[in-house]
Design a protein around this ligand. Structure first.
Ligand SMILES: O=C(O)CCC(=O)C(=O)O
Length: 253
């Protein structure tokens, strides 16, 4: 169990993200990685492939070179016992409460995955807000990103635009898939404010569902593994008949 909580919510409220260093130790991360590695070769399902998302740098289809590269191992809560324990742990609940999620519920519908950013065929993720495809009463969810190894710009660490969760942008600044249109002058200015979030194994990034973020390809020779879970308040319900309501959420308290 970690004691590395950061219970100050003011920087999260202003910036839309918070890094808590050393939330878990390297031994824990190594144990989680070994559970994950057992499911990477041969690849166990459910999984999402780089070829499925069509992001820049992704193989064009599953049959092309690199087309079998996984992007995420899905349903992490139910398939990895160590991540199940971690994602619903008391200190996670306490940290989420400090960030304004009073009665945290883990969504099984969104994230709930291990991101597997492979060398060679990983893609870049353009600037987006996660909540764009999610359906809740209020767009106020928090995701928790656990680095299972070191995350650097070279292996595709996340970049975030501090404070962008507070912006309300005209629809015209986003493309058809709701990514920021990089050719627009105002967007160029916004993107210049971005900062990389470099993490060491065991560090955790909490980020608001409206925070604009992006990530590059993995340009190193080693796969980058990160576990990601999303939480909402019990009072912030998913809209019936949407993808967000497909599976029940898990109460942490
Ligand atoms: O690691 C990446 O490529 C970015 C992932 C991401 O932003 C997301 O899944 O929302």
């Amino acid at each position: 169990m970690s004691t590395a909580l950061n219970l100050s919510s003011s920087s999260f409220a202003a910036n839309g993200y918070l890094v808590v260093r050393g939330f878990r130790n390297r031994t824990f991360c190594a144990r989680v990685r070994s559970q994950i590695e057992e499911q990477l070769d041969p690849l166990l399902t459910p999984a999402e492939f780089e070829a499925d998302v069509g992001y820049p740098g992704a193989p064009s289809n599953r049959e092309s070179e690199g087309g079998a590269t996984p992007r995420r191992l899905l349903s992490a809560y139910s398939r990895f016992s160590r991540l199940r324990g971690f994602s619903a742990a008391a200190d996670v609940a306490e940290q989420l409460q400090a960030l304004g999620i009073n009665e945290p519920m883990l969504s099984q519908c969104h994230h709930n995955c291990v991101m597997t950013k492979h060398p060679g065929y990983s893609s870049a993720t353009l600037w987006h807000q996660d909540v764009r495809y999610w359906s809740f009463d209020r767009p106020e969810l928090v995701s928790m990103w656990l680095a299972l190894g070191d995350e650097t710009v070279a292996n595709g660490a996340l970049r975030v635009i501090p404070g962008s969760h507070l912006l309300s942008l005209d629809r015209g600044r986003l493309d058809a898939a709701l990514f920021l249109r990089p050719e627009i002058e105002e967007n160029k200015k916004l993107i210049r404010e971005a900062v990389p979030v470099e993490l060491e194994a065991g560090d955790v990034l909490f980020f608001h569902s409206r925070l604009f973020h992006a990530a590059g390809k993995n340009r190193t020779g080693t796969v980058k593994l990160s576990a990601v879970f999303t939480y909402h308040d019990r009072e912030n319900r998913s809209i019936p008949d949407t993808r967000s309501a497909q599976y029940p959420s898990i109460p942490l308290l």
